[in-house]
Design a protein around this ligand. Structure first.
Ligand code: ATP
Ligand code: MG
Length: 366
């Protein structure tokens, strides 16, 4: 990256992040912006979170800021709660994860690396990261850009490449396989052929990562503009059938449809022909979301219908009871009216609903 590009990127970094870096600099401690933020700055995408990496130990980091909390101190991460300076009134509090430079060894099917060693080198910290596009560091104060694996070119070429040998990196932490397809969808990047080959070789045998982490990655994939990219990649590499053994692999027709569909219906579309209840449990879908997906499947992907409940009817239960509908029959007539207004929203007036309910009488009530 040339100096002009670097200065331009630095100009987009929020003041608070710069203030955090200055605190470290004042104590002569190295601190860098790392991970997805740099990738997204280069791409001109909105940055979700700014993650920082420092040579300072977690205890030191904790002592440097007023408000912090510990979500994984033994792994080197301290969360700093902003604002850390006299911010304009009404500024939303923001969170920054600051992680001590570290290496990781032997992953298991857990949320965390088994063993973490703190190290003095940002270069080495970058080498534990998954993809070249996520293994860059930026000191916004000098400014200096550290890019040992040429992630910058890969970002410019919209290419996902592993840091080092892809097969080894995927074996070390199999969640990276799922992340690969998540990034392919979210960033609309191409997967490098070596990575794809490595995934294909491992697909039948790789130990499944922790399911709640798979769910987190797949939720991001599904919420992207182009979920079909990642799903197609997963299908073609044999990953889909490993993660969803009880669901038929998505057809070309489903893939052609999914990206045009609203997020509300996407999971239902993919899961409907399989044992979806099992998937929702195995992947630990949040209860509310699981309930919604089942509902959309029950209504045969008619999302408008799935969204409607008896409260949406412009006729009260009491009125319907006055017509003689009680118990199960009340439920039946409400379902009937809801089906009716899903296809004809203009029928949702008390007058029309009364008329429809009355015509339902002979079948609904004995
Ligand atoms: P997003 O914009 O979605 O937050 P991100 O790249 O910041 O994307 P995170 O999951 O927030 O992704 O992870 C932050 C950084 O931590 C990554 O950019 C990467 O450098 C590193 N990282 C995260 N998960 C792994 C992993 N499983 N293996 C290696 N490095 C990882
Ligand atoms: Mg992130």
């Amino acid at each position: 990256m040339d100096e002009k590009q670097l200065n331009q990127i630095v100009s987009f970094i929020p003041r608070e992040v710069i203030e955090i870096c200055k605190r470290f600099k004042a104590q002569d401690l190295e601190c860098f912006i790392v991970g997805g933020a740099i990738r997204d700055l280069i791409l001109g995408r909105e940055v979700g979170d700014y993650d920082l990496a420092t040579i300072a130990t977690p205890d030191t980091v904790e002592s440097m800021f007023d408000k912090t909390f510990d979500v994984g101190k033994e792994f080197g991460t301290i969360t700093v709660v902003g604002p850390i300076y006299q911010a304009p009134a009404g500024k939303e509090p923001s969170l920054y994860q600051i992680t001590t430079f570290r290496t990781e060894t032997t992953y298991e099917q857990s949320r965390r690396p088994n063993d973490v060693t703190f190290i003095p080198s940002i270069q080495e910290d970058l080498s534990r990261r998954d993809f070249t596009m996520n293994a860059m560091a930026l000191d916004p104060l000098i400014p200096a850009f550290i890019d040992p694996f040429d992630g910058f070119s890969d970002v410019q070429n919209h290419m996902i490449k592993a840091v080092g040998n892809p097969k080894e990196r995927f074996q070390e932490d199999t969640l990276r396989i799922i992340r690969l397809f998540r990034f392919a969808s979210v960033l609309e990047f191409e997967i490098d052929s070596e990575c794809m080959e490595a995934v294909k070789t491992l697909s039948d045998s790789f130990p499944l990562p922790a399911m709640e982490r798979v769910y987190d990655e797949l939720s991001k994939l599904m919420a992207s503009q182009k979920p079909h990219i990642g799903l197609q990649g997963m299908r073609d590499a044999g990953i889909f059938k490993r993660i969803f053994p009880s669901v038929p692999v998505p057809t070309d027709e489903q893939l052609a449809l999914i990206s045009a569909m609203s997020l509300d219906g996407r999971w239902a579309l993919i899961l409907k022909d399989g044992d979806y209840s099992k998937v929702l449990t195995t992947l630990r879908f949040p209860r509310k979301e699981a309930h919604w997906i089942k509902r959309v499947i029950r209504y045969n992907l008619d999302i408008l219908r799935a969204r409607l409940s008896p409260q949406d009817l412009n006729i009260s239960s009491e009125k319907l009871m006055g017509l003689g509908f009680t118990g199960k029959d009340l439920g039946k007539v409400q379902q009937y009216l809801l089906d009716e207004i899903a296809s004809n929203p203009e029928h949702n007036t008390q007058k029309k609903l009364l008329e429809l309910a009355s015509s339902f009488l002979p079948r609904g009530v004995t």
